[in-house]
Design a protein around this ligand. Structure first.
Ligand code: MG
Length: 288
């Protein structure tokens, strides 16, 4: 089941894709995705019933829909895991940078934009804007001190994020928060895939292209900390809530990893594809 937050004829709605992934059925026009997820099984049952009851005419074309970020307002900052692939940890420094304990930072919720929305270039603030293609976990139910064997029960589904980073601000301020929280620096989407539709989140191909050139190509099987381990560590003494988003880290091939670095420029197109989810495409704004 692939869900989306969309806008059509000026109305925002929660939709579900048909099997051809060209048509959409609206399943909720009053609640946000976070509110829908919080309803738990009741929401899933409702979607299934609406699919069964819908006539062909009830579906409209995906092309007629403006996709928004599947989660527009998570309950807390976006939780981000850093250096979760060995090859990326090394490109950012050396073997000494491979974390022994999970590295965590956050992005402000005001960073979130949808597919095809423009990433602001922030030229007056940074000249080291970088991309990071990542699998994102969306939490489905409230939990604290979650055990590894139960961790996937707390997942609703998965989407894609681009953890856009101002490398100069990230380094200058020591703490990552400012360099990770510029407005429009968290493209998310295009779809939120329910966990039942992805057999193993720890084995998904992930690829990032910039202007059509492959920059990152890896697989979540190379995670240092698995999806389950991330949930265990993040929920230690801290309550995870429905709609919380966990960005799981990026593989090697970010702009900073090249010699010389290849940071983003106004007008650049970034496409992130994850097996079973889809492709998230955004451009960097051209305005000076
Ligand atoms: Mg990241």
């Amino acid at each position: 089941m692939k869900l989306l937050t969309g806008k059509r004829e000026n109305k925002v709605f929660i939709g579900v894709l048909d099997s051809t992934e060209t048509k959409v059925l609206s399943v909720n026009e009053t609640d946000s995705m976070v509110e829908c997820i919080a309803k738990g099984e009741e929401f899933l049952q409702d979607v299934k019933e609406k699919i069964e009851a819908a006539s062909l005419e009830a579906y409209f074309l995906l092309d007629e829909v403006t996709l928004l970020s599947p989660i527009t307002k998570p309950p807390k900052n976006i939780l981000c895991v850093g250096k979760n692939y060995v090859d990326h940890a090394i490109e950012m420094g050396s073997k000494d940078d491979i974390p022994e304990h999970m590295m965590v930072f956050t992005k402000a919720p005001t960073t979130i934009i949808g597919p095809n929305e423009q990433i602001e270039n922030h030229l007056s603030i940074t000249n080291q804007l970088d991309y990071e293609g990542e699998l994102a976990i969306v939490i489905g139910k409230k939990g604290r001190n979650i055990r590894k064997e139960d961790a996937l029960d707390y997942v609703f589904g998965y989407t894609i994020v681009n953890d856009i980073t101002a490398r100069d601000l990230q380094a200058k301020h020591k703490q990552f928060f400012l360099g990770k929280s510029l407005d429009n620096s968290c493209p998310m989407g295009p779809f939120l895939v329910h966990k039942e539709s992805l057999s193993n989140p720890n084995q998904l191909h992930i690829e990032t292209k910039v202007n059509g050139e492959v920059r990152q190509s890896s697989n979540t099987k190379h995670f240092i900390f698995s999806v389950e381990e991330m949930i265990v560590t993040l929920s230690l003494g801290m309550t995870l809530e429905p709609g919380d988003v966990i960005a799981t880290g990026t593989p090697a091939g970010v702009g900073k990893g090249f010699h010389p670095p290849r940071f983003l420029k106004p007008g650049d197109q970034i496409e992130i594809t994850i097996e079973g989810i889809g492709t998230l495409t955004n451009h960097v704004s051209k305005e000076i």
